[in-house]
Design a protein around this ligand. Structure first.
Ligand SMILES: Nc1ncnc2c1ncn2[C@@H]1O[C@H](COP(=O)(O)OP(=O)(O)OP(=O)(O)O)[C@@H](O)[C@H]1O
Ligand SMILES: [Mg+2]
Length: 425
């Protein structure tokens, strides 16, 4: 990339599941950065390998964990922003480290990868943020943004600004519209669903203050990781005793299942106290096989593996429409038994019904607040916008609008780069 007088501002989309970065060059061209192998986006994941005492990032982190390498996987760190857990210490590679410092490590690696590709130091960043990091709590929401900014700063960014993720996605979409268009921009990611109704016009794309064109924004803290959790609870966890009616005619206590199904809480299921509690549950189980599986899952630390299996099945079923199997053969069992769970379209529709209704309601609220009766286009971005039942529900809720499938994983980063360049002019 050529030298520029205009300071380069790196657009950074720190996502719950995937992160991406982009830069508007001095030539006015968008440069998406290839963060992970040949891919633009990298999983927001770290793996602390205990034997080698190394830290792996992105897809390498996921692969090491799934290959059974000894160590600790961390995903969904964004979900911790604004919570007390951020300041807590956790044990990795025999050392105690704050979750905050793990976010800093991730930002440092992302910065290093970007700089290696661009060939110059990058110190200015335009960070994306969801409409709400935390629902219904302005204090914690502000804390989440402050913490994100501080992490980027500790990683070496000196100039930091923020833009809402759905507005960034809209600015990216605007690069491709030819005439004035009113759009509902839908960004459904791993942690949040964000919406904006915006008046797009390529002639106005260089204007710094677009607030007059932004007609409404709404957001809700529901995303793909919630769909994974709900599907894990409905398909896999019953095989470990969730909702199992035990000896006293009551269901087995369920907190362990909730931890095992929530990306950023899985580690809590493996603490000595939690393991002891789970072991003692055996008296509650009428069917001891289920308890043996639960203990296999905990002792083998298979939480991420089960949840990743559910996520893969969710995506496969969504893409093909066919039933997808979650292989659970790694849980100890008799030699002839094959253990698996199935994710199907009807299971998805039923299990996710309430969550999807909330997402669609939030989209409708956005249009309502914009004062428009209809929008010209519904622009879909974010990985979870491809979820089949969700797409169907959105289509039904917005009749008359053109549905445009966008740059699913890189759009927010590109829009942040546009915002960064406009600001730096
Ligand atoms: N084809 C698909 N069908 C359904 N879900 C999908 C598909 N592809 C990816 N996903 C889901 O999309 C989510 C990741 O999307 P994305 O990368 O946009 O999120 P993110 O930007 O990291 O999260 P957020 O913006 O909420 O912080 C994951 O939950 C993943 O399971
Ligand atoms: Mg996102």
């Amino acid at each position: 990339m050529s030298e520029s007088k205009r300071p380069l501002v790196l657009g950074i989309d720190f996502g719950t599941s995937n992160s991406a970065a982009a830069l508007m060059g001095a030539d006015g061209q968008m440069h998406t950065i290839t963060l992970d192998g040949t891919r633009a986006e990298m999983p927001t994941a770290l793996f602390f390998a205990s034997e080698t005492h190394t830290v792996l990032y992105g897809s390498e982190a996921m692969q090491a964990y799934l290959a059974g390498t000894e160590g600790r996987l961390l995903r969904s760190l964004k979900s911790l922003l604004g919570s007390r857990l951020m300041d807590e210490y956790t044990s990795v590679n025999g050392q105690s480290i704050q979750f905050f410092d793990i976010v800093v490590l991730f930002f440092k690696e992302l910065k290093r990868r970007c700089e290696a590709q661009v060939g110059q130091p990058l110190t200015r960043a335009m960070l994306g943020r969801p409409v709400h990091f935390v629902d219904d709590d302005a204090g914690r929401d502000a804390l989440a943004q402050e913490t994100l900014g501080r992490a980027a700063q500790e990683a070496g960014f000196t100039d930091i600004a923020f833009q809402l993720e759905p507005i960034a996605a809209a600015l990216d979409f605007e690069q491709r519209v030819e005439r004035e268009t009113t759009a509902l921009v839908v960004d459904i990611g791993g942690g949040t669903s964000d919406f904006t109704v915006i008046r797009l016009n390529p002639a106005r794309s260089q204007i710094r203050d677009r607030s007059a064109d932004i007609l409404a924004t709404t957001g809700v803290h529901i995303g793909g990781t919630d769909f994974d959790r709900l599907l894990d609870l409905s398909t896999v966890m019953p095989l470990l005793g969730y909702r199992h009616i035990g000896t006293g005619g009551r269901p087995v206590p369920n907190s362990v299942f909730f931890d095992l199904c929530t990306w950023h809480l899985i580690h809590q299921a493996y603490t000595r106290k939690a393991m002891h509690f789970a072991k003692e549950l055996w008296t509650d189980y009428a069917d001891r096989t289920l308890h043996t599986r639960l203990m296999d899952a905990l002792e083998g630390q298979h939480g991420h593996r089960m949840l990743a299996g559910v996520e893969t099945a969710k995506i496969a079923c969504s893409v093909t429409g066919e039933d997808a199997l979650v292989d659970l053969d790694f849980l100890g069992h008799g030699p002839s038994e094959h253990l698996g769970a199935s994710v199907t379209l009807p299971v998805m529709a039923e299990t996710l019904q309430q969550a999807l209704a909330q997402v669609v309601q939030c989209a409708q609220l956005c249009v309502e607040r914009s004062g428009l009766s209809v929008v010209d286009a519904v622009y879909l971005t974010g990985g979870s916008s491809a979820l089949r039942p969700l797409m169907e529900a959105l289509r039904a809720a917005m009749p008359g609008a053109r549905l445009v499938e966008g740059n699913r994983f890189g759009g927010v980063a590109a829009g942040l780069a546009v915002a960064g360049a406009t600001q730096a002019v």
